[in-house]
Design a protein around this ligand. Sequence first.
Ligand SMILES: [Zn+2]
Length: 268
Amino acid sequence: MKFATINGNKIEATKGAVGMCTHCGAELIAKCGTVKIHHWAHKGIRNCDPWWENETEWHRFWKSHYTAAWQEFSMLDPATNEKHIADVYTDRGLVIEFQHSSIHPSERMAREKFYKNMVWVIDGTRLKNDYPRFLQARNSFRRTHHPAIFHVDIMAECFPSAWIGSDVPVVFDFKGTVTIDDPRDPRHHLYCLLPKKDSRYALLTILTRRYFIDKTISGEWSSIFSSDFERPVPNQDAQQGQGRQNSNVRKESPFVLYKGRFIRRKRL
Ligand SMILES: [Zn+2]
């Protein structure tokens, strides 16, 4: 974990320090080696939350955009006494989970059921095939009436199967913590699968990192998706001069390239 409680404050690990787990109250030992990122570890047990995953630089990068008070927030379901640690829990009641490791769909669903108002952010750099697969599938995204929302017909050819059919927004980050100099590189954007509403297709929207962070902090994020996710979201191209992002997406035509041949588009 990034934080332990010391004298009532959330403190990051420093060599030799001892703290208390904010979640279970057990003693935590600071681990400040050279291989893993500095973190706190429980003395005896592996971790007090079975959903917790060892953190990477990528987790820390994302969490650092949010105030410490929102990070590693211990949450209790009073009906069942089930407790889990949310990566980020905002003051507007939104949980943000940053997921690096693979996750079984049953655990994904259990977490969505527990946190309810949540969004996933997925490390799309962990598996080397995820980004090439996405890039290839991107050619068959279809425009909708809204410039920032696209239809994805064949989800399995675009995203890892564990994330298909989620009830909450799933944001893919294919850039991670690397530096990419080319400003036109698609990895500068985030790709958000909208909550599943129809089994025939999925809807996807393209976001800047800044937009995602700003909207999740301000509380506006939840209202974008809570009622009707096909309702227009603010046009980020106009706001942020990112007009290039849509130029890579095929314009509406009666045909679309699919598996090396042109097939007729389905009607919207
Ligand atoms: Zn604990």
